[in-house]
Structure formats: C-alpha cells, structure tokens
Design a protein around this ligand. Structure first.
Ligand SMILES: Nc1ncnc2c1ncn2[C@@H]1O[C@H](COP(=O)(O)OP(=O)(O)O)[C@@H](O)[C@H]1O
Ligand SMILES: [Mg+2]
Length: 220
C-alpha cells in the first residue's frame, strides 16, 4: 500500500531523510518513531506529496508518485486522510460542519452528507456532540473530531502525525482505541509518534528513524 525505495529528501541545508526503504501492506497499522528532528513529519509529507523526494521512489495506493502530475495530486489526496499535529478545527463551525467540510468539497449531496457524518461521529463516540463548537470540547474530543474529519470520506490510507502529542494518557488511549477500530475496518494506518507507549507490545511494525536514517524496522 505504501512503498519507499531508497528515498532521500534534502532541504536547502540539510538531509532530512537518507536512503529510506520500507513497505507497509494493505490493512496494516504501522508506526514511525524517533526523536524530534529525525524526519517523521517529512516522511508523512512525502506520502501525501506535500514534499518531493530528491532521490528514490515512493508508491502509495497504486500511485507511483514519481509519475504523478501536479494536477493529479488532489486525486491522490482523496485516498489519504491526514491527522495533523495541531488540530486545525474551524472554531466558528460546529462539530457536524467541521466533519462535513471534507465531503462538501467533494460535491456530495447534503442528505448523503448527513448520513455519512453522523455514522462517522458515532464511530468516534461523538454523535451527541454534533452541535457543539470546538471550544466546548475537551482536547481528546477535539482530536476525535479531527480523526472523524480525516476518515469521513473513507480514505484507503490514514496518516497521523503525533496524534496524541497534546493529550493526557487516558485520552491518548481512547484515541488509540479509535485508531484500532478504524484499522479493523480495513484502513491502512501510519502513525508518527515519539511516545513508545502507543506501540509497545502491540507486535505492530515500527519504523525507527534517527537523524534521517532508518535504524530499524520491527515489531513494537
Ligand atoms: N521545511 C523545512 N525546511 C528546512 N528544513 C526542514 C524543513 N522541515 C523540516 N526540516 C528539518 O528536517 C529535519 C527533519 O524534520 P521533521 O521531519 O520535522 O522531523 P520530526 O517530525 O521527526 O521532528 C529537521 O532537522 C528539521 O529541522
Ligand atoms: Mg514532526
């Protein structure tokens, strides 16, 4: 589902990723870990084509990103849900509208949008908060709205960048349970985190980065 072959990414004055190769299979839930500055966010950006590699090949959901024209990037991104480090919910829109946004930009009809949004909010246990505004929600609830927004359009791949970074341990655990449920329904997941509690003893694939180099791939 995601394949990196000898990928190198340089920014102006430094190498962010060096000769990285790995594979994530369809339906897998995998993690990227490493200290701050090790290249986790850059790796995710390469997957949704927000950055281009300087060397090597990347394929995502059957797309060879090398061959991808700029005009096709929106089509790639329809297959990828992204949960960013900072929440980026619209403060002047309620929960329903924040999630519905992802479907409205795709031109879906309002009736179908209502069904889909309520179904998705239910799956993250926020059906009862659909009329609330972000500032009336806890950090964990806000993060679950962000997750709902990322998954409402049924992406093939869900990427998350430090999804529990600002959350207390109990809330982080509930977010991880949500991710497991999403994965159990078939979505391929890649989660960047420096919190080893998220993957310890899970047996899931962990890609370890240090200073832009892959130092190991193995079960957590
Ligand atoms: N847009 C950018 N321009 C220049 N350097 C960058 C940019 N983004 C990240 N970097 C550098 O690339 C390295 C990897 O960063 P990043 O991928 O954000 O790591 P992580 O997410 O693991 O903290 C860091 O040294 C960072 O300073
Ligand atoms: Mg980062």
């Amino acid at each position: 589902m995601i394949q990196f072959s000898n990928v190198t990414k340089d920014y102006e004055n430094q190498t962010a990723l060096r000769d990285i190769s790995f594979v994530i299979e369809k339906g897998e839930m995998a993690f990227i870990t490493g200290p701050s500055g090790s290249g986790k966010t850059t790796l995710l950006k390469l997957i949704y084509s927000a950055e281009k590699p300087d060397r090597g090949n990347i394929s995502v959901a059957g797309w060879d990103l090398d061959q991808l024209k700029a005009s096709s990037i929106p089509y790639l991104r329809r297959n990828i849900g992204v949960v960013f480090q900072d929440f980026r919910l619209l403060g002047n829109r309620n929960v329903f509208d924040n999630v519905a946004m992802a479907l409205r930009i795709r031109g879906m009809g309002e009736r179908e949008i209502r069904t889909k949004v309520f179904e998705t909010l239910k799956s993250v246990n926020l059906r009862h908060k659909s009329d609330s505004y972000p500032k009336g929600l806890s950090g964990g609830e806000q993060q679950r709205v962000v997750i709902a927004r990322a998954m409402v359009a049924d992406p093939t791949v869900l990427l998350a960048d430090e999804p529990t970074g600002n959350l207390d341990p109990d809330t982080a655990e509930s977010v991880m349970r949500t991710f497991k449920d999403i994965n159990a329904r078939g979505t391929t997941m890649l989660i960047a985190t420096h919190n080893r509690e998220l993957y310890r003893n899970t047996g899931r694939k962990v890609i370890r980065l240090e200073g832009g180099t892959l130092v190991g791939v193995g079960p957590g």
